[in-house]
Design a protein around this ligand. Structure first.
Ligand code: C2E
Ligand code: CA
Ligand code: CA
Ligand code: CA
Length: 257
């Protein structure tokens, strides 16, 4: 516990010193190969401990209340990078991970709105990704915040779909635009069962008139198996690993997207 609080204090300092990094992982329209946007993923290279996995950072940040500062930093830095891409003419979306604790925070929407208007970014180009458990703590407040974001024109994605406890309950209750099929189902080349689950989820998304995103595509075989789904978006090591912003810009320009 002591160690976790010590690390949280260092995290806070890293935010103040701007020592965190945001990586971009491209999202691809599978049928055409077009880039449609990127997901932002937090990276922290600790001076002594080296690379610390983001799930662990987020866990500690949630437990110690530092999460609001982390999220604000991600929004600030991420939207600054996103606005650069828009100015370069890339009509892309940017996907930002939001923690459940952020949906307990009354000031989140105001902060997002201020940042968006400062960078003149269209809200519809921003997708907030949340897991199903994110709304568990204060469902009423969470619902209000999500509805606010929805009404302001932002997009909402359900992350890790299929791995939570109340997936369909969420779908029936809350606003959203996108379903991200969890990477644990993406071994469709060897698992007929997961092929069925993936197919069913894409059909569900299409019937609900929302986008489907398949994450964790690692091989060409899997990508090819998904090519016939109209509008399906893919993300994974087969297309590209997450990369620093500079490298991502170079990757976009080199691949002429
Ligand atoms: P996630 O939102 O489900 O993000 C996708 C994870 O899958 C990322 O791990 C990404 O690097 C990894 N990934 C991408 N393609 C592949 C693939 O083809 N195969 C496999 N096996 N993995 C792939 P990462 O970057 O370690 O992030 C882990 C989790 O940490 C994220 O899962 C998300 O829940 C959380 N996270 C990361 N950045 C942030 C952030 O800025 N804010 C919040 N609240 N959470 C974040
Ligand atoms: Ca995500
Ligand atoms: Ca995910
Ligand atoms: Ca996850």
């Amino acid at each position: 516990m002591h160690k976790r609080f010590a690390l949280a204090a260092e995290l806070q300092k890293a935010i103040e010193d701007d020592d965190l990094e945001l990586y971009h992982q491209p999202q691809i329209h599978i049928a055409t190969g077009d880039v449609v946007g990127s997901e932002l993923l937090l990276r922290w290279m600790h001076p002594e401990m080296g690379f610390i996995p983001p799930d662990y950072i987020i866990d500690i940040a949630e437990e110690t209340g530092v999460i609001h500062q982390v999220t604000e930093w991600v929004i600030e830095r991420g939207l600054s990078q996103h606005s650069k891409l828009l100015k370069l003419g890339f009509e892309h979306t940017v996907s930002i991970n939001i923690s459940g604790k952020d949906l307990n925070d009354n000031s989140l929407v105001a902060h997002i709105l201020t940042t968006v208007s400062r960078f003149s970014i269209p809200p519809a180009s921003i997708i907030f990704e949340l897991t199903e458990s994110a709304t568990a703590e204060d469902p009423k407040l969470a619902k209000r915040i999500l509805t606010d974001l929805y009404e302001q024109g932002f997009k909402i994605a359900i992350d890790d779909f299929g791995t939570g406890y109340s997936s369909l309950d969420y779908l029936s209750q809350l606003p959203f635009h996108e379903l991200k099929i969890d990477k644990c189902f993406m071994n469709i080349d060897v698992s007929e069962r997961n092929q069925t689950i993936t197919d069913m989820t894409i059909t569900l998304a299409s019937r609900l008139k929302v986008k489907a995103v398949a994450e964790g595509i690692e091989t060409e075989v899997v990508a090819n198996m998904l090519k016939d789904y109209e509008g399906l978006i893919g993300q994974g090591y087969f297309y590209s690993k997450p990369m620093p912003f500079i490298e991502y810009m170079r990757w976009l320009q080199e691949s002429n997207r």
